[in-house]
Design a protein around this ligand. Structure first.
Ligand code: ZN
Length: 206
């Protein structure tokens, strides 16, 4: 297993070991460092980066490191699902526990060494947008584009739709875009699934 962590590359590159600036990139409010579980499945890194981006409210290029679990043998984890709207990624979120500055320093050293070995990963905005498009199309994202919180995601989707073709929202249960006159799933009207069954279908069954 690998643990994916988003980094601010500028704060690490060409710095000395345990540079205070680098360590400040490991922000924590509760002694937890947020990471995502990557089992090495091709394409998963981009999906996890998108899941993270969707929690920040913007899709933009980013850097990350994929930390092999053998380097983290001395650490404990505090598993907690993410609130990301990329539903299938929620359970892949966890936290590395850093109870004191010593663990924080150790983790910083691990990340520092990975970057020194040029193992940091760059993910472009285009890659994230394509991933967003594919995930919406696969009905893996619970999003209402009319909701104020998610309106800013209309633009990246529109840009990629220009290249790859319009998504048919009538096939989707988890995405809604009423203001753009897109018809959502006729059965649940874009209200989504409960236990993998369209709400309305479940209602009819009961
Ligand atoms: Zn439905």
């Amino acid at each position: 297993m690998l643990y994916l962590r988003k980094i601010d590359e500028d704060q690490w590159k060409d710095k000395i070991l345990h540079d205070a600036v680098s360590i400040s990139d490991l922000k924590t409010s509760d002694n937890d460092i947020s990471v995502w579980k990557d089992d090495g499945t091709p394409g998963l890194v981009n999906k996890l980066a998108l899941a993270y981006s969707l929690t920040t409210g913007r899709i933009t290029d980013l850097w990350c490191v994929d930390i092999p679990d053998n380097l983290l043998a001395g650490f404990s984890f505090n598993p907690a699902p993410s609130s990301t709207i990329f539903s299938s990624m929620q359970s892949l979120h966890t936290n590395i526990v850093v109870p004191t500055l010593y663990e924080m320093g150790e983790l910083a050293e691990i990340i520092y060494n990975l970057i020194k070995e040029e193992k940091q990963i760059y993910i472009s905005e285009q890659e994230l947008k394509e991933c967003f498009y594919n995930a919406i199309k696969a009905d893996e994202i619970s999003i209402d584009f009319n909701d104020k919180r998610f309106r800013q995601f209309r633009k990246p989707l529109a840009e990629i739709e220009k290249e790859k073709g319009k998504i048919d929202f009538s096939r989707l249960h988890n995405a809604k875009d009423v203001e753009n006159n897109r018809v959502s799933c006729h059965t649940c009207k874009g209200k989504g699934f409960i236990k993998n069954v369209c709400i309305n279908q479940q209602f009819l069954k009961n």
